[in-house]
Design a protein around this ligand. Structure first.
Ligand SMILES: *Cc1c(COP(=O)(O)O)cnc(C)c1O
Length: 648
């Protein structure tokens, strides 16, 4: 339209329009929000317009535009447009919680500020003794993590060298756990994962498919018929919620064995565990450091029991040729390794995988082996981001062998010049985990890990000793210690308030009260939803589910100095809780009484309102009780999903 109206009467050539007028008009229209528009539309409707007037108008607009652009340039150059404080910028009033992407962007430093503000409202991770996940890192390590964050470790064709680093890390870890050496100088069989959960799921899948093949052969079932048989997995009720995912997602029946809390300090009884096995069992899980109190399941005993059972039942892997069997046996004898028995062990060494080997190196090991030195151990998983000291999102799975085990979940990826196995649940992921794990293994060496673990055990011993010596004003002990102590255990302190004291507050209340001094210590109820029955049951055979306990995980950042502060804060908090004599249980009555009193007081003039110490303490308690009620409500709203109180 413009072209037509302007060109004809003024007789301007097409090329002038293309080169000069069109871009100019577009620019002017965009930048001035169409000062020219009225003019142009006038021109279009008026046949008798004046050529000079258009040119003058254009010249004028161009002059204005030039002035504007140079002013903007000047502003940008001096940083005026962006260089103001966050508080003085328009972004300070921008809502954090959003439903929609904002229409315009914002300066980088202000986005960082927004995100920092969000994180500010989290607990202080360095004072969180509830979680096992590493929260400290060196500056160099952060740089390494950043390099890794930009590498897709699933992409073997672009990052073959990074995959070699990943494989080296698997090798070092497999070696630490005494995995049998693979033939022909090959890499050990395993993979980096996103924490132990993925590692446990992968092991579970490999074991399930291995079992399926064996069971189908044994019972002459077709590929289709075997799908109707539901396998099971045998595990202690002190399992971590990762296993609940396996039961649910991969349709595996849970066969749960309840350990003893007081007598065995949560270590499962090997005989009871293995007794649960039947033909449909894909594996027995031994937990190397349960998350409640850090105690180790006796993997060494489980292995013995399983060997007896496998022999008794004749649960051997069925090999199709006698001759082949002979060769395999000779091979086994020569290489001391390849497992021929059907029922094997998966060791869930989420925490212990990077603790037990170093305790052993410093002469404070377990009474028996806990890793691939035991012939029935088929796979081991661990969280690199727990005591492995790597960045959050690091985990490891190592298989005894590829044959009839890892191969069941391997997807071969070919790339230019080679092929590699992908053993993980998903493909693309950052290389940060393997990168930082490699950094930490190289940085600390075995010596470093050994000393670090020894220090952590010492700090745990200090805390355990301190709280076990605390006494109630009536002379009785404040706490009953529930962890495994100094050996055969993670650096964890677990205890519960002495039940003989008949206190009105419990360990969860202690957790909440203690959080006022910024410390986070987790309290637990000793009940769980049994995935086999969907009933809420006692976790341990000798303690009922209404009981509570708490744990303190001594991570590498919990220095002796910090531990001393925590110990004294526990002592002070107990005194406050004692002071609230009727405790949390009595809060509702107290509130009712207070309200009644306030109502009476408001009717009677000139009487002082209650302002004593008790009143203040009460106000504090009201807050806690509200918090507890909210928590309870949250719990009741999530029926149908897995209810788990486990933290990682
Ligand atoms: C923490 C933990 C897991 C899960 O590990 P993530 O690394 O959090 O995925 C599994 N098993 C045990 C025994 C654990 O302590």
């Amino acid at each position: 339209m413009i072209q037509y109206s302007i060109t004809r009467p003024l007789d301007i050539t097409q090329s002038t329009i293309d080169r000069v007028l069109k871009p100019l008009v577009r620019l002017v229209a965009a930048l001035t929000d169409c000062h020219l528009r009225p003019l142009i539309s006038n021109l279009m409707s008026d046949e008798t317009f004046d050529k000079d007037a258009i040119i003058t108008a254009l010249v004028e607009e161009t002059r204005k535009l030039r002035a504007m652009v140079s002013k903007l340039e000047e502003k940008i150059e001096h940083g005026e447009a962006f260089d103001t404080t966050f508080a003085a910028s328009k972004y300070a009033s921008r809502h954090l919680k959003r439903e929609e992407i904002p229409s315009d962007g914002m300066p980088a430093k202000h986005v960082v500020r927004l995100i920092n503000d969000v994180h500010l409202c989290d607990f202080n991770p360095l004072l969180n003794t509830s979680s096992y996940v590493n929260v400290t890192s060196e500056e160099e390590e952060q740089a390494v993590a950043l390099i890794g964050a930009q590498i897709n470790i699933a992409d073997a064709s672009v990052y073959p060298s990074s995959i070699e680093l990943h494989n080296s890390t698997v090798n070092m870890i497999a070696n630490l756990w005494h995995a049998p050496k693979p033939p022909n100088g090959q890499d050990y069989v395993g993979s980096g994962t996103v924490g132990s959960t993925e590692a446990c799921l992968l092991a579970g899948l490999a074991l399930k498919f291995r079992w399926r093949k064996w069971y189908a052969k044994r019972h002459n079932l077709t590929d289709h018929e075997i799908l109707a048989v539901r396998p099971n997995l045998v595990i202690s009720s002190a399992y971590q919620a990762a296993w609940e995912k396996l039961f649910r997602y991969f349709d595996v029946e849970a066969k749960i064995v309840k350990p003893n809390l007081l007598k065995d300090k949560m270590a499962v009884n090997a005989k009871n565990l293995v007794a649960q096995c039947d033909e449909k069992t894909i594996a027995v899980v031994g937990i190397l450091g349960n998350h409640y109190n850090g105690n180790y399941d006796p993997i060494w005993d489980i292995d013995k029991e399983l060997a007896l059972l496998n022999a008794e039942k004749g649960w051997q892997i069925v090999r199709f040729l006698e001759f082949m069997t002979l060769i395999v046996i000779v091979h086994v004898l020569l290489t001391q390794c390849h497992v021929a028995l059907q029922k094997g062990i998966h060791v869930d060494a989420a925490s212990g995988g990077f603790v037990a080997p170093f305790q052993e190196l410093s002469g404070k090991g377990t009474p028996g082996h806990y890793d691939f030195r035991l012939p029935n151990v088929l796979s081991i998983s661990s969280s690199g981001h727990k005591f492995g000291e790597s960045i959050c999102g690091t985990g490891w799975i190592v298989f005894r062998q590829r044959e009839d085990l890892a191969e069941h979940i391997a997807v071969t990826v070919t790339y230019l010049g080679g092929s590699s196995d992908s053993l993980t649940l998903n493909f693309s992921r950052p290389a940060s985990g393997p990168y930082v794990q490699y950094y930490k293994l190289m940085r600390l060496g075995k010596e470093g890990y050994m000393t670090k673990v020894e220090n952590q055990m010492k700090v745990a011993a200090y805390l355990r000793n301190f709280i076990s010596n605390l006494t109630h004003p009536n002379g009785q002990k404040r706490f009953q210690i529930l962890d495994g102590g100094d050996t055969c255990c993670l650096p964890v302190v677990s205890a519960r308030l002495n039940p003989d004291l008949g206190l009105h507050y419990d360990d969860k209340d202690l957790q909440h009260a203690l959080s006022e001094s910024h410390w986070y210590v987790s309290g637990y109820s000793l009940g769980f939803e049994n995935p086999a029955t969907f009933e809420f049951e006692d976790i341990f055979s000798d303690i009922d589910q209404a009981s509570t306990m708490f744990r303190i995980v001594v991570k590498s950042n919990l220095s002796q100095g910090l531990a001393e502060n925590l110990a004294h804060k526990i002592k002070e908090t107990l005194a406050v809780l004692d002071d609230l004599d009727e405790g949390y249980e009595g809060v509702k009555q107290k509130i009712a009484a207070m309200k009644a009193k306030a109502a009476v007081l408001s009717e009677i003039p000139n009487v002082h309102k209650p302002t004593d110490k008790r009143f203040k303490a009460l106000a504090k308690t009201v807050l806690f009780s509200k918090h507890m009620e909210r928590k309870k409500k949250e719990r009741s709203n999530i029926s149908g999903s897995i209810v788990s109180q486990a933290t990682c």
